[in-house]
Design a protein around this ligand. Structure first.
Ligand SMILES: NC(=O)c1ccc[n+]([C@@H]2O[C@H](COP(=O)([O-])OP(=O)(O)OC[C@H]3O[C@@H](n4cnc5c(N)ncnc54)[C@H](OP(=O)(O)O)[C@@H]3O)[C@@H](O)[C@H]2O)c1
Length: 285
């Protein structure tokens, strides 16, 4: 279901973007990956999520090549810094390298990839300095559980955090116990990674074999992957960032913008894949 979301700073995005993990790993796929990303952009999926970690920068290079024909202002570019680089010593260089690989002067959003050992206040200060230097428009975090978010929001300028990118899909709903409500209360949208269970074959199989999932996908005449995406995109304050390495997959994912699940269907999915009844640690890939 198509929704437009606002970050706390007022910037708006569609609730469907494009991931890039595993792009750039095999040069023989490069043209296909570029074509996939361009198909997405042509279809309004202008948020592209990358990281210095992905293929050690090569995913950013693929994205950089893909975005060349487009106007910079029509894109929303997200990248992430390794926790070990997220301090005064390395963060400015890391950001500069990401900008070079992407071929742009400024990131729309720069995220701390996961919590690390560099004091969080130092990371926040570096993010704010990068904003002052015009290298990033905004910043956020990834893989932050409740206590880490609480600490972040208590820091000087911590309230400038724009998003928390976390793992979320139909078969991994732990964030619905408290984290999602906390973020909603603070007006911080989630970027949901692995929305179509890209990295967990066993869980994926379980979902694909679920009678409820099969029935609802058949009712809408969509694939199970499309149903998984529809489920994530129907959540409040959530942007799904599936990675698709082919034009066909991108088009199938874009088509989910037109799918709306009914309350009855959502209830069936709740029954088949319930929210845990108590808090569980935040999962990470
Ligand atoms: N912050 C973090 O720590 C973190 C961690 C993991 C991921 N991420 C971000 O989130 C993005 C998405 O997560 P993910 O890539 O791990 O998993 P995902 O998006 O859940 O799944 C990706 C897999 O789904 C396949 N796929 C895509 N569209 C499809 C379709 N319509 N039909 C069938 N299969 C389809 C892809 O195959 P093809 O490539 O063949 O299309 C790929 O194998 C990443 O790319 C990355 O940007 C962030």
């Amino acid at each position: 279901m198509k929704q437009r979301l606002s970050f706390p700073n007022g910037r708006q995005v569609l609730n469907l973007g494009q991931g890039t993990w595993r792009m750039g790993e095999d040069d023989s796929n490069r043209m296909k990956e570029i074509e996939a990303l361009r198909t997405g952009i042509d279809n309004g999926l202008t948020l592209i999520d990358s990281a210095e970690m992905y293929a050690e920068g090569k995913a950013e290079s693929v994205a950089g090549e893909a975005i060349k024909p487009y106007k910079r202002d029509d894109l929303f570019l997200v990248s992430k810094v390794y926790p070990t680089n997220a301090g005064e010593e390395h963060m400015f260089e890391s950001c500069e390298n990401s900008l070079k690989r992407l071929g742009v002067n400024e990131l729309d959003m720069y995220l701390l990839h996961w919590p690390g050992h560099i004091p969080l206040q130092e990371t926040v200060d570096c993010f704010e300095e990068l904003k002052r230097q015009g290298k990033i428009r905004a910043w956020g975090v990834s893989n932050f559980d409740l206590e880490e978010m609480q600490e972040l929001l208590s820091l000087n300028n911590g309230e400038n955090c724009q998003t928390n990118q976390v793992l979320y899909h139909l078969a991994s709903r732990g964030i619905e116990v408290v984290l999602h409500d906390y973020l909603k209360a603070n007006n911080i949208p989630i970027m949901a990674y692995c929305p179509i269970i890209g990295q967990e074959p066993d869980l994926k199989e379980k979902v694909h074999n679920s009678p409820a999932v099969k029935q609802i996908a058949a009712q809408h005449n969509i694939s199970i992957v499309q149903l998984l995406l529809a489920f994530v995109m129907q959540q409040e304050q959530m942007i799904a960032i599936p990675k698709a390495g082919s034009k066909d997959h991108v088009i199938q994912n874009r088509d989910v913008l037109d799918i709306k699940l009914s309350n009855e269907e959502l209830a069936l999915l709740d029954e088949a894949f319930p929210v845990p009844d108590k808090r569980v640690p935040l999962r990470m890939q």
